[in-house]
Ligand binder design. Structure first.
Ligand code: KG4
Ligand code: ZN
Length: 394
């Protein structure tokens, strides 16, 4: 095993020195259309007590991702133009056991070697979540290895919290240096299902500042992509197509203009793109330049909305020492560049390879939790709905 913690010149071999405290975590993610299983190892100072999570005894010194397997169901859902929950759950059920076995084999670990099994318990498609949960619960009960119930939205932020970079082609089985995250911070999670701004005082203590009032940003990218004749998931297609377009070609109204607060809205923008597309033709019948101009103008308006709300949250919370950003939309290059230049604090993005759903982020979040616990977290959209929140006593 190579060591990238210092200047990259020293090498350490697995297993870590016996005196070191280590934990091996299996991470399982099945909440939407990725079946993903990862195994990671974290090491602490020799005398650290690592019975439970890292908070009581501090940050781990190094982390190595031993296995990072992501099976995407994209081709199964593409004919339907979006994720079909029943299809997703059945495919997770078919693939999860063999992917877990492959992850353990790649890591050269047995289930009994694990310190913990971490699994997404929500939010997500309920059938899909249940497949992962029940599988992990069975594995835990059969082996006696503790089970960590992980909130998927919290977990999206864990790679940006702990790692500077991670490229599975280069970094698998390599000791990675651990980033010293700073709190309080502002965090933004922007994906196909979620759009959340929060003020975090620790990796597990968050005050929600804003969420989307309608569609998530990634969802809007997917719907606009569909209008323009691109397959699901649409974000990467819009990004590529926009490179040839003029972002000023259509001046779409800024969502929630003149409204204070940190909530988001993308459905009005999506409808405006639909109207503009309809005035010029239908989907794939649009000519190449019209599609590129619509993609570029939409992307610019959607990303500016994210950037402006996030910059406003930072201005309103000057105590924030950094900004962390994660979720599928955080893979967008224009977004990364635009946000980094619009903020006054250091910005840490999740590594691009860990922006979409994956088991590594679930295992990393387990390192950040205080102790193993089983509990189902509410769907992120409920955070924005005061009536539901009150009814559920959240
Ligand atoms: O985090 P993720 O894999 O799944 C959820 O938890 O939702 O995010 C997937 C979303 C999709 O809506 C996809 O279109 C969007 O992230 N996405 C992007 C890009 N790559 C993925 N959106 C904009 N630009 C991208 N490059
Ligand atoms: Zn996600």
């Amino acid at each position: 095993m190579n060591d990238r913690s210092g200047d990259g010149t020293t090498n350490t071999s697995l297993p870590p020195e016996p005196a070191r405290a280590v934990r091996h975590i299996l991470g399982i993610e099945t909440s939407c259309d990725e079946t993903s299983v990862s195994v990671l190892t974290a090491s602490w100072e020799p005398d650290a007590d690592v019975t439970y999570g890292i908070l009581p005894q501090g940050w781990p010194q190094q982390i190595a991702v031993l296995a990072h397997l992501v099976h995407t169901q994209t081709s199964l859902h593409q004919p339907f133009g979006g994720v079909v929950p029943e299809v997703a759950a059945r495919d997770h059920l078919a693939k999860l056991p063999q992917i877990t076995a492959a992850a353990l084999e790649t890591s050269q670990l047995k289930v009994s070697d694990l310190t913990g099994i971490a699994v997404t318990v929500g939010p997500g498609l309920i059938g899909a979540v249940m497949v992962g949960c029940l599988f992990a619960q069975g594995l835990s009960e059969a082996s006696g290895v503790p089970l960590w119930a992980i909130n998927h939205v919290d977990a999206h932020l864990a790679p940006a919290t702990l790692l500077e970079s991670f490229d599975p082609q280069r970094d698998l089985g390599v000791w990675l240096p651990v980033r010293q995250a700073r709190f309080p911070r502002i965090s933004l999670t922007t994906s196909g299902g979620h759009c959340l701004l929060s003020l975090d005082t620790s990796p597990c203590e968050r005050t929600f500042l804003g969420t989307t009032l309608d569609d998530a940003c990634g969802e809007a990218f997917d719907k606009v992509a569909k209008m323009l004749g691109f397959p699901y998931p649409g974000g990467p297609h819009i990004e590529r197509c926009a490179e040839q377009g003029n972002p000023q070609a259509h001046r779409f109204a800024q969502p929630l203009a003149g409204r204070d607060g940190f909530d988001f809205s993308f459905s009005g923008l999506k409808t405006a793109v639909l109207r503009a597309a309809q005035s010029r033709g239908e989907g794939v019948d649009l000519d190449k330049q019209t599609r590129a101009d619509l993609a570029a103008s939409f992307q610019s308006a959607a990303l500016d909305h994210l950037i402006q709300r996030t910059a406003a949250a930072l201005r309103a919370h000057p105590q924030a020492l950094e900004l962390v950003v994660a979720g599928g939309v955080a893979a967008n290059k224009r977004f990364r560049a635009g946000l980094a230049s619009a903020t006054s604090v250091p910005v840490h993005f999740a590594p691009v390879s860990l922006c979409g759903d994956n088991g590594t982020m679930i295992a990393l979040q387990a390192l950040l939790e205080q102790r193993p616990a089983l509990g189902v977290a509410p769907h992120a959209r409920y955070f924005g709905n005061k009536k539901i929140k009150a009814a559920l006593s959240l």
